[in-house]
Design a protein around this ligand. Structure first.
Ligand SMILES: [Cu+2]
Length: 534
């Protein structure tokens, strides 16, 4: 987005190239009325080989920015819910280019699964099966990831190494071909908030940003707290996009897309208003399904009571006045209505090392109505999760690995793990089911990276060498950037519980992931270790 200092010489060359190429494209190919902005170049296979522009690292745009859409707050609402019935969730997803309503107005150059921004919320229970009919109506390849799910990463399930070709190609229009995605959710699956998005390496940023993302609720995070089962529940999908006054989305790779032109949306609404009664306890499940935005949530010094993180119930409730929500992170929190009045959920200023976010209002909270009898915030949420956390803490470490995250120009393919760029044909780490490992994640770059691994979640033991309280399992953790020459570090511990197959670990800033900050992990056969359960 903004100019990257190391990037300057390359950027200059790129700028010349962009101007030249866009000029040629505009004069030869595009009708003069076309308002489409230049986007990534693609080979016939759909893989990206270099970019016309470099997204976050694009050269600073010169001249006048396009006028931005004027946004006025619209009422709070939630995405449409699609629920499983009799153990099966049947749904058709047809990702396509088009337009969608964002904050009450229609915007072009969105990409959606079912026409809505964000996508529908899927409700499933542990033990259910998702049977999805998937019709790829994009002009490029794609696939689908169930972020945070502990399910098979193979075959027709949560397989991000799968390539789903377009159903319709520009050269020959064939009948719309659908494929199946079938995901069996284990009976003992953790219950909480998850999400879905495409995961085709090289194309993820450009598919998630314009709208190919939505929430999934698995079971009920309040399942083990019977006295709170009937409280008001909300799910909130956070997304960041740039909207132009002429009704177009600012392209993900446009030099005009920056923290200054992006606006933030809750379920597709700009600064919506929520209501709560004084003393009332509500469950808010918040998911950051943006392509690269970081939120630092605050309720004016009031406490967020965290009962779930990344779809995992906590053992014991923990509370915080601020919640850092890196890309892909989810929190399930209990919020208590303050005394009657108007309040705001703000995102506070946050320096990610590269992006410097300012403070802004995300939602308005109106507390009104008669006070309710205050419900108690539970101390213990899930004894079962607490036991599993203790077990994994006590597991002997079968192997210790170190992963170093580095940014090394030239851009855009500058994002390394252990000095390697992602190669879909290479297995980077081989592990075995039934084993427990510690990984030291080291960040030697000047920006934070949100680390994510598929299939098996982890506990975080240390950050920058200091012990941290372990409340719950996670599937995303921010690796802090280098400070005063000292790499940022996070020590995680992970037990490989179920499902053989190949999956990935990567940075969840999607531009970084697309530009190779990713590796393949092979979950090999179970090595029997009598001291472990599953
Ligand atoms: Cu990153």
């Amino acid at each position: 987005m903004r100019r990257h200092s190391l990037f300057a010489p390359f950027a200059l060359v790129l700028l010349v190239a962009v101007v030249a190429l866009v000029g040629i494209a505009a004069s030869k190919a595009l009708p003069s009325s076309s308002k489409a902005e230049p986007s990534r170049s693609q080979s016939a296979s759909g893989h990206v080989h270099g970019s016309l522009s470099s997204g976050r690292y694009a050269v600073a745009a010169k001249g006048k920015p396009p006028p931005l859409a004027k946004l006025t707050p619209t009422p709070y609402s939630e995405p449409k819910v699609i629920s499983s019935r009799n153990g099966v969730l049947r749904v058709t997803f047809a990702p396509h280019d088009g337009s969608a309503i964002i904050n009450g107005s229609r915007f072009k150059h969105t990409r959606t699964f079912t026409g809505t921004f964000p996508g529908p919320t899927l409700h499933v229970k542990p033990g259910d099966t998702i049977e999805m009919k998937f019709i790829n109506k994009l002009s490029q390849i794609t696939n689908l990831h169930f972020h945070g799910f502990r399910v098979s990463p193979a075959a027709l399930a949560d397989n991000v190494l799968r390539t789903i070709a377009p159903a319709v190609t520009s050269k020959s229009v064939r009948p719309r071909k659908s494929v199946k995605i079938i995901v069996h959710i284990p009976r003992d699956h953790e219950q909480g908030l998850y999400w879905y998005h495409p995961h085709l390496h090289g194309l993820v940023d450009g598919q998630v940003y314009p709208g190919l993302a939505g929430l999934i609720e698995v079971g009920d995070v309040l399942r083990e707290i019977p006295w709170l089962r009937h409280i008001k529940r909300r799910v909130m999908a956070l997304q960041a996009v740039g909207l132009r006054a002429d009704g177009n989305l600012i392209n993900v790779n446009s030099p005009w897309l920056s923290t200054k032109t992006e606006r933030n949306f809750v379920n597709g609404h700009y600064q919506p208003t929520l209501t709560i009664r004084p003393g009332e306890l509500q469950l808010w499940q918040i998911g950051n399904i943006s392509n690269d935005h970081w939120y630092k949530l605050s309720f004016g010094g009031r406490k967020f009571n965290v009962i779930g993180e990344d779809g995992n119930p906590v053992g014991r409730t923990w509370a915080s006045k601020r919640l850092l929500v890196p890309p892909a992170k989810r929190y399930s929190i209990l919020v208590r209505g303050p005394s009657a009045g108007t309040y705001y959920i703000r995102s506070l200023a946050f320096d990610q090392g590269f992006e410097k976010y300012g403070e802004y209002k995300l939602m308005k909270v109106v507390s009104r109505g008669g006070p309710v009898r205050p419900q108690k915030v539970p101390d213990i949420v899930s004894p079962r999760q607490a036991a599993l956390i203790r077990d994994v803490q006590n597991d002997p470490v079968n192997r210790y690995r170190q992963l170093t995250f580095r940014i090394k120009p030239p851009f855009p393919n500058a994002f390394y793990i252990n000095n390697k760029l992602y190669n879909p044909r290479r297995v980077d780490e081989r592990v075995n089911l039934g084993q427990t490992e510690e990984w030291l994640l080291r960040n030697v770059s000047t920006e934070d990276h949100p680390f994510h691994i598929h299939t098996n979640d982890f506990i975080v033991e240390k950050i920058n060498g200091h012990d941290v309280a372990i409340h719950n399992f996670q599937d995303v953790v921010s690796i802090p950037h280098i400070r005063h020459g000292k790499p940022g570090t996070v020590l995680i511990k992970q037990r490989y519980r179920t499902f053989e197959g190949e999956a990935v670990f990567h940075c969840h800033i999607l531009f970084h992931e697309d530009h190779s900050m990713m590796g393949n992990i092979l979950f090999g056969p179970r090595i029997n270790n009598p001291s472990f359960g599953q």
